[in-house]
Design a protein around this ligand. Structure first.
Ligand SMILES: [Zn+2]
Length: 321
């Protein structure tokens, strides 16, 4: 029995199944959607479906038991090639050259060879130009699946040679429902995770692993209630990921305070577990001051994405509190 992977977009897998059975499968696809939305998991599921040698039971798309399925699970299938680059990690020309050599060979055990390139925006210009050749002169038995969360960073020449497949974000309600069911969380925690998961089931898992609910309260106590001294903040500034967490938590907090000022229903608060603190905090500011704070935090988030030094912007926010 195969348990359904929550990160896989099965409607997209089904679409590929139909394309293949009606002989309309193209040679190259670009999967576009937020980070952690399940693009790679979906691509690997498609690979399993196309390569499975067993007899999938009922509505299953692959058997999960045959040598092909097992080889894909352990990343050693000779016909599945996966270039994995993490956020900001460059894909080198050598990796693309190796891929081009493989594209020209016939499959070893499956009907087709499948190439998955994760975060294709990380490819160097040289690499892109090499890849273009494959996209222009496809080998009949190969399927290329490229993934990206930032389509604007990819060359138009690459985009125009691929069929675009968009992964839509899940609604907060859907996410909260899944979190309650799959992670056994209470309503408050589920709502909180759903907000921070930004539409991605995959991100829920990451938040859970990070013990995010506990962590966000440490950030609130530390930064907003003056528990942290300059040394702690200096340490945080050294780690981009930690700065992002701090800014995300601050945004959620100020957002809640603005809602409280407007007497919005409390069910909509993200930090509902800290309702009393929120009320006390909101009392100290006018609505305009909260708007200014919100603006300052958003401005700092932008600077973070531009990789600028955040020492001064963070101390400006701290002064405003
Ligand atoms: Zn199988």
């Amino acid at each position: 029995m195969i348990t359904k992977d929550i990160q896989v977009n099965y409607s997209i897998v089904e679409r590929f199944k139909n394309l293949e059975s009606t002989k309309r499968l193209a040679h190259a696809y670009l999967f576009v959607g937020s980070a952690h939305i399940g693009k790679t998991e979906t691509a690997l599921t498609i690979a399993k479906m196309f390569c499975c040698e067993g007899e999938p039971a009922g509505e299953q798309l692959f058997c999960g038991q045959c040598s092909s399925c097992k080889k894909i699970d352990s990343s050693c299938h000779p016909d599945i090639h996966f270039i994995n680059s993490d956020f900001g990690e460059q894909i080198k020309i050598e990796q693309i050259r190796e891929l081009l050599t493989q594209v020209k060979l016939r499959p070893f055990m499956a009907q087709k060879k499948i190439f998955i390139i994760k975060n294709v925006e990380n490819i160097t210009l040289e690499g892109s130009n090499a890849l273009l050749k494959t996209l222009e002169e496809p080998a009949g038995d190969s399927l290329l699946i490229l993934t990206t969360s930032v389509p604007e960073k990819n060359l138009d020449t690459i985009k125009s040679r691929c069929h675009m497949v968009r992964f839509l974000s899940a609604t907060q309600q859907d996410l909260a429902r899944h979190i309650k069911k799959h992670y056994n969380e209470d309503e408050i925690t589920a709502q909180y995770f759903a907000y921070f998961a930004e539409g991605c089931f995959g991100k829920v898992k990451l938040l859970q692993e990070k013990k995010w609910f506990q962590k966000k309260n440490e950030i609130i106590d530390g930064f907003l209630y003056k528990g942290w001294n300059d040394d702690v903040i200096k340490k945080i500034l050294e780690d981009k990921e930690k700065v992002k967490e701090l800014l995300d938590v601050l945004l959620s907090w100020i957002r809640d305070c603005m809602l409280i000022k407007h007497d919005i229903e409390q069910n909509n608060l993200i930090n509902i577990d800290r309702e009393e603190d929120l009320k006390g905090f909101a009392d100290r500011f006018t609505f305009e001051e909260l708007v200014d704070l919100n603006r300052e935090i958003i401005k700092t988030c932008k600077l973070l994405s531009e990789k600028l030094n955040l020492k001064i912007p963070i101390s400006v926010i701290k002064e405003m509190l």
